[in-house]
Each structure stands twice: as C-alpha cells, then as structure tokens.
Design a binder for this molecule. Structure first.
Ligand code: SAM
Length: 241
C-alpha cells in the first residue's frame, strides 16, 4: 500500500525537501507518494488573492476560505485526515505520528499570516477527521516547516521506510522515555572514554545500563514524561536505577 500525502500551500517550493533523503527513497520504492499543490490555483481573481482582513478587527490577515474549499475538494480523498498545523493546536507527539502512520494517507493545509478562516476546518470535518496540531510552544511564520517535521515523523514509522525497524522501536518517545547516549569507534577520543560496559560483550548488562541511562536522562531533561507514564510502565529495578 502506498501512503499518500497531499500538501496545500502558497509556497510549493518550500516543500522541495519532501523529495530528498529518507522520504525520496521511500517514494522511489513506492511506499509513499507526495503531491504538493499551489493554493493559488483555486483563487478566482486576477491577483490570486488568498487573504483578507479579520472580521472583528485586529492585526494581520486571515486566509480566506474559498480557495481552501475548492482545493480540498480537488485533492482530499473522502475520509482522509486533514491536518491543519497551528500553534493553537493539540500537541503533535510520537503517539500521534504512530496513529497517523496506520492510516491510508494525510492531507496538510499550510496556513500563513494569522492562519486559516476557522470555517475551513469546521467544514472539512464533515468529510473526515480533522486534526489541528502544534509542533511546539512557539510561533512559526507558516505551516510548511511544521508539515516537513510531521511528514518525516510519520513516514519513518511506515513499514519498510527505515531499513532497521528495531531502530524505530528503541527511539526516544517510542516507549514514553528519552533514549540514552550513543557511542561509536574509537573507544577513546580526545581523552573521553566510551562507558566500559558497552565494550564488555555482556548483553544483559548493556541492556540494564541502557535502561538506567534512559530513565536518568528522562528524569533530568523531561520529568513530565515520567509522571505521564501508564501504571506499571516502571519496574522495581527501574525505580532503583
Ligand atoms: N495567529 C496564530 C496564533 O496565534 O495562533 C499564529 C499564526 S502563525 C504566524 C502562521 C501559521 O504558521 C499558522 O497558521 C500555522 O500554519 C503555522 N504555525 C506557526 N506556529 C506553529 C506551530 N507551533 N505548530 C504548527 N504550526 C505552526
């Protein structure tokens, strides 16, 4: 099955990286297909206008609904999730990425200015799920870079996209924790040693050490993740570590 991604934007060139690297290879293998669409093709005036001043007053401009309505009718397969990036959205997390990766595809609507007229998301919900999501607590100038982030996070979870499926399984956030530190050759570099247990060949000891490092790093950098774990996720050994 090919995972289908459609992106509507007024800056199609911004999405050029979707043809690169991991995603480019996944597309070449037929695992993913990507369509990037210029929203302005669905405008109906000579200036190809996509924005207007906000009702109720206030600064900035809002994206008008009409081009979005026509564009979504043209590219969104019935029932496909529409993703609307917005700093006012629910958080985009690894769990969200994992859920979306089980679906047949996604359509993304890249906002600019003060965002898209709210009626677009409200109307689009009549045709399938709509997710208004934020990639973090900061404000970007447009949705394009957020889409690049989300597409990469979702597509690397599709079967066959990442060569070694285990590497996805052990990543940070896969089990709710951060991954601990990684090392490679040489064993000594500029006076810094690789932790000796990693050179011991004792796989059980290495697994215990990695788990302890993962817990310690999570407690240090993201204590909120530990408090959010489901009951029973931490063993007695974990608590002792
Ligand atoms: N007025 C909006 C607000 O305060 O919620 C901010 C609009 S922002 C300047 C323009 C566009 O950038 C948004 O419509 C959205 O597409 C994108 N954007 C900005 N920050 C984002 C974030 N943290 N996550 C996802 N998308 C974001």
């Amino acid at each position: 099955m090919t995972f289908r991604i459609d992106v509507l934007t007024i800056f199609p060139e911004y999405l050029a990286p979707l043809g690169q690297s991991l995603l480019g290879k996944a597309a070449a293998k037929g695992l993913v297909s990507v369509g990037v669409h210029d929203l302005r093709q669905w405008t109906d005036d000579v200036h190809r206008t996509v924005d207007d001043s906000p009702y109720g007053g206030g600064p900035g401009m809002v994206m008008r609904p009409e081009p979005w309505g026509r564009g979504l009718e043209a590219v969104r397969p019935p029932g496909t999730r529409l993703v609307v990036p917005t700093p006012a959205g629910r958080p985009f997390t690894q769990a969200v990425a994992a859920q979306w990766a089980t679906e047949p595809g996604l359509v993304f609507a890249c906002g600019r200015y003060e965002g898209i007229d709210q009626r677009v998301a409200d109307w689009a919900a009549e045709g399938g799920p709509v997710s208004e999501v934020s990639i973090g607590d900061y404000v970007l100038a447009g949705g394009e870079s957020a889409v690049l982030v989300m597409v990469e996070a979702v597509t690397r979870l599709l079967p066959g996209v990442v060569g070694n499926a285990e590497s996805v399984e052990f990543d940070s956030h896969a089990d709710g924790l951060l991954e601990g530190p990684s090392y490679t050759r040489p064993a000594t570099w500029r006076g810094h040693e690789v932790p000796p247990v990693l050179l011991s060949g004792d796989h059980a000891a290495i697994a215990r050490w990695r788990r302890a490092q993962s817990l310690r790093r999570t407690a240090d950098r993201r204590p909120d993740l530990l408090t959010g774990l489901p009951d029973g996720a931490l063993t007695a050994a974990d608590r002792a570590a």
